[in-house]
Write a protein that binds this ligand. Structure first.
Ligand code: CA
Length: 515
């Protein structure tokens, strides 16, 4: 090779490597089409998350998302149960608009689903884990979903070809492994939208073997209103979701378990030996104590919290694995990571487990999000957000126009700028499911930064008002207090405006019949 040819060769090498690295850089940094990892858990209470000030357990990986991105301090749901919250995620609409107000029905997957817009905009889409909408997913190129509610051990997963496969192991690990396997096989030249649907931390809270007893050395403090007597709160008085009465000894707190039922009949011999050893010891300790009344209620609370947190421990660890995968594959800069729960949960407040009520523990839900390209680390957002906003927010981040039929708002302005003015801090809520499984009377209402006004209808008919500045635990219904008559009138007119805005005909009819 003469000198001229050699220098041409070198120049072409430099040029081609420049072109290649430029195209790689474009693929990695095309900010108009970020990747999205959307992790939605089930019944995970903000009280159990460090980033929310929870003292019950450390959650380093969920906290990492918050620390490297943003945390929504006033994040709510519009109907606090599992399936309806997922239906709202998929449609960006209230239950009365997407036709899915109750659990355990068949969600109409032929309606507008926001994931279809990702498919139309060059995205690869997948849903892995809990779906639980009585139907197979639509709007996702790939899915591997738990059958129904799913099992903690050796769960059955239904795949894109409607084939069901049993996977040996612990559900949270399996969901992570399948999510990462899907990421491994994707086409790296196209962006992806992956939903990770966690089963954790849903009842009946069966921990991974390595986490059994992880919190047994801790005596957790009882919530101050654990022995609530529900004065002036008729719907709360007549519910069926207390730890003391409703929570079951065998299935929930696992005293003298029946290994021929539920999750336990699916165990391998090796798993059964280890789980049985642990719960036999608990059962023997319980028998020796001979508890009753309030002592028994407190003991059940301790058992419940310990298993619940142990299930959450596995989930936080698994979220860590997903974050590590993004670290190792240079996907941090151009990937939106969302962690949230389908709703909040009672960890003994008011004496309860479960959700449903418009009271704070179940109305609120954790919501943290990381996307280095637009969100400054440590962003703390106190403006209101709710689950109708989840779909429009990720669409907006992906540069996809949010359709008019979506009822929520993109939260991107809040993510970009901490001082957004004129944000509407008013939440409209509507819950339906009655009487089963927990006898929580249907209700709707409005929450503002200071107040919450609730209208119960059906079995328990009546209004409740809480002054959240003075009564954070919602123990004093001040609806009859003359001092608040002006506040009540103002909130009722705002409530009517929200009912009109969201076109909730049923609520409108209930109010008109009251006059
Ligand atoms: Ca749930």
């Amino acid at each position: 090779m003469n000198l001229l040819k050699f220098s041409k060769y070198i120049i072409s090498l430099i040029l081609s490597s420049f072109i290649i690295s430029k195209s790689v850089a474009q693929a990695l940094n095309n900010s108009s089409q970020p990747n999205i990892v959307f992790i939605i858990s089930d019944d995970h209470a903000f009280q159990a998350i460090g980033a929310y000030g929870g003292k019950l357990m450390p959650t380093p990986n969920i906290d990492r998302i918050a620390n490297e991105g943003a945390i929504f301090r006033n994040s709510f749901v519009t109907n606090s149960i599992c399936g309806p919250s997922r239906a709202t995620l998929l449609t960006g609409k209230y239950s009365h608009k997407n036709g899915y107000p109750l659990n355990e029905k068949k969600f109409d997957v032929n309606q507008f689903l926001f994931s279809r817009l990702f498919q139309q905009h060059n995205y690869q889409t997948a849903w892995v884990g809990k779906w639980h909408l009585g139907n197979l997913p639509q709007g996702f190129d790939y899915f591997s979903i738990l059958k129904g509610q799913g099992n903690y051990y050796n769960p059955d997963l239904v795949g894109t070809n409607n084939d069901t496969t049993r996977h040996e192991g612990y559900v949270t690990d399996i969901i992570t492994d399948q999510s990462l396997a899907w990421l491994d096989q994707r086409d790296p030249s196209k962006p992806f939208f992956l939903v990770v649907g966690e089963k954790a931390t849903h009842r009946e809270w069966v921990p991974d073997i390595q986490d059994l007893g992880a919190f047994d050395s801790i005596d957790f403090p009882l919530p101050v209103n654990f022995f609530d007597t529900y004065n002036d709160r008729q719907a709360a008085l007549h519910q069926d979701m207390t730890i003391e009465t409703t929570m079951r000894m065998k299935e929930d707190v696992k005293v003298h378990l029946d290994y021929n039922t539920g999750d336990f009949k699916r165990l391998t011999e090796d798993q059964r030996v280890k789980i049985k050893e642990y719960y036999d010891r608990i059962s023997n300790e319980f028998d020796a104590k001979k508890l009753s009344g309030k002592e028994l209620a407190v003991w059940k609370f301790q058992r419940y919290i310990k298993d619940y947190l142990a299930v959450a421990k596995s989930m936080d660890r698994n979220i860590g694995k997903i974050l590590e995968y993004l670290d190792q594959h240079q996907l941090v800069e151009n990937t939106v990571v969302v962690y949230l729960s389908d709703q909040g949960f009672y960890l003994g407040e008011h004496g309860w487990f479960d959700k449903r009520f418009m009271y704070e523990e179940s109305l609120r839900t954790p919501f943290v999000i990381r996307y280095p390209q637009i969100i400054k680390p440590g962003t703390n957002i106190t403006r209101f957000a709710s689950n109708i906003d989840w779909a429009p927010t990720v669409l907006d981040l992906a540069g996809i126009k949010v359709p008019n039929e979506i009822q929520g708002m993109s939260l991107v302005p809040l993510l970009k700028n901490r001082n957004v003015k004129n944000w509407n801090d008013e939440l409209y809520y509507h819950y339906y499911e009655y009487p089963d499984p927990h006898r929580v009377s249907p209700h709707f209402g409005i929450r503002t930064p200071q107040y919450k006004l609730i209208k119960f209808y059906g079995a328990e008919n009546g209004w409740e008002l809480y002054d959240l500045k003075r009564d954070q635990s919602e123990m004093n219904n001040v609806i009859k207090s003359k001092k608040y008559s002006k506040v009540i009138a103002d909130l009722k007119s705002k409530l009517v405006l929200l009912i009109d805005k969201y076109e909730d005909d049923e609520a409108r009819k209930i109010l008109s019949e009251e006059k």
